[in-house]
Structure formats: C-alpha cells, structure tokens
Write a protein that binds this ligand. Sequence first.
Ligand code: PBG
Length: 330
Amino acid sequence: MTAAYPALRLRRTRVAPWSRRLVAETVLSPSDLIWPLFIAEGQGVEEPIATLPGVSRWSVDGIAARAREARDLGIPCLALFPNTPEALRSPDGREALNPDNLICRAIRAIKDAAPEIGVLTDVALDPYTEHGHDGLVDEAGYVLNDETMALLVEQALVQAEAGADIIAPSDMMDGRVAAIRAALEAGGHRNVQIMAYAAKYASAFYGPFRDAVGSRGRLKGDKRGYQMDHANAEEALREVALDLAEGADTVIVKPGLPYLDIIRRVKERSEVPVFAYQVSGEYAMIEAAAAAGMGDRDALALETLTAMKRAGCSGMLTYFAPLAARLLGA
Ligand code: PBG
C-alpha cells in the first residue's frame, strides 16, 4: 500500500529560485519609482534630516546631481519639496508663486542636467506658510477652500512654466483639480499631467516630512479639517471619482502600507493608474527598526514596495527609491 501524499504540492514551484522567478505575479522595477527630494537654499549644501535617516536636503546643484543619479539608476521621475527660508514664509504663502523660488530653480536645473527625467511638483502652501497649513487660514483657524484654490491655480501655473511635467495637488481643497486643469489648458500646458493626491489621509505618519520642509514646529492644530479621516474608505472612492471627473490623469493614495485596502478598492472601481506615497513616517519606522537591529532594511524596503504594487499600484513615491533601484540591479 502506498503512503498517502498531498494531492497538490504548492511548494513545488517555490523550491528553486528560477521557478519562483517564473511564477512571480508582481515584479518590482526601478521604473515603478518616484524619488522625493528636499531642496535647501544655497550652493554645495547637504543638510541631513535627523528624523529621516539617510535623507538630506540638497541645494539646487545637488538636486541636479540627484537627477543624473536617478537617470543612471533607471528611476523615471523625481518629486520636489522645498525648505523655504524663514524670511520668505508668510501667512498667505506667496513665495509659492515666485517664478524664482527654490522649486522653480530646481526644476530648471534638473531639466538642464537630465532632461529625460520627469519632474513632479507638489501643489499646496504648507512649505511656504508661517502657520504650516496647506491653505489660507481665517481668524477662526478654518482653512479657506475657494480663496486657497485661487492661489493653488497660480502655484501650479508657475511650476508648469518652470518646466514641471506632473502637477500633484496635495492640499485636499475641493474643486482644485478642475480649476488647475482649466488653467493649464488656457496657459498652453496641454500635456502637463495632474497626479491628484485624491485619497490623502490626515496621518500621524507625516512627522519627519514636516521636519524636512520646516513646517512641524509652526503647524497650529492639525489637518483633519481637510485631509481624510483614517476611519473612512468609501469616502476615498468618492474623492477619487471626483478628481477623475475633474480631469486628473492619475491618482495618489497616501500613506501607502496602512492603506493597501484603499489602493485595491480604487483599482477595482477604475482603470486609472494609482500611485502610493510611502510617506516619511513609514520610511522612518523601517530605518529605526533596521538601526535597532530589529529588521533588515533592504528586505523591508523591497517587501513593502512590492506589497503596494501587488495591491494595484502602477508606482510608488518612496524615499527608498535610490536604494530599491540599486537592489533591483539597475
Ligand atoms: C504637503 C505634503 C505632506 C506630505 C506630502 N505633501 C505633508 C502634510 O500634508 O502635512 C507628506 C509626505 C511624507 O510624509 O513623506 N501638503
């Protein structure tokens, strides 16, 4: 009598590396990565960010060098965030509209250094306001929607004029995608894309980013009056539907790993390319765990990014972009 054996052995395809490669359902590639960079004033400046180990703010010349690095690593796109000098921050964040601000100078430097690299710019006022909110604030502390939108439209135009390829509104004001699209068309920027931060949650994972752009200490209150409640998923689907109806080309779910269900549900509803932002706090947690000997940085980076892709993402914004591209053997 023969011994009983399992009718099916799912382990068979897992035994050899060649076979695991053949049956892999999700393959992470440098082409999936968008690399967020922080810009500092000055020349030859590199300022490490204490709460974001391994990430620095670079002056514009250093940003140009990162663009060449991205090109050599096969990373298709950079996302830019400024650390606006103190003296240029104001209640209405008007430095956002200056065609010679840090962002615009960095865009031009990237286009000079590596014209084949895409440039994504964030539309929101928080790196430019004294109070650290994404929009104009009234006496009661309310972030004004329509008044803010007028500034965001101008900010988007200034970025497009400087050469931005993707405008990414991260402010969560209602109606801004339609207004920005109309202004881009009228301004002759027909092929400038809009990647809408459609489902952006009021999250405790943004702390290190706020250090990087210098808004942490100044933020009065929180952003729950405009960013989404982390208890909600259906509302995210409404946000995505609205941004698509207003003309968004692609959408972002943010943060990434705690919101894989949102990525999946958006993908089930729509064919739109979805991107996840693996935000500063997600990155910092992995770095802290690795530094404390509680985890393997490289493995954690690749596993979390692959999980986002498996959930349905076309790509991810991640501070691990250069590391991941190297590990993937670019
Ligand atoms: C600005 C903005 C934030 C992030 C991206 N754009 C912070 C915020 O909304 O407070 C966070 C990114 C990160 O944490 O890495 N509106």
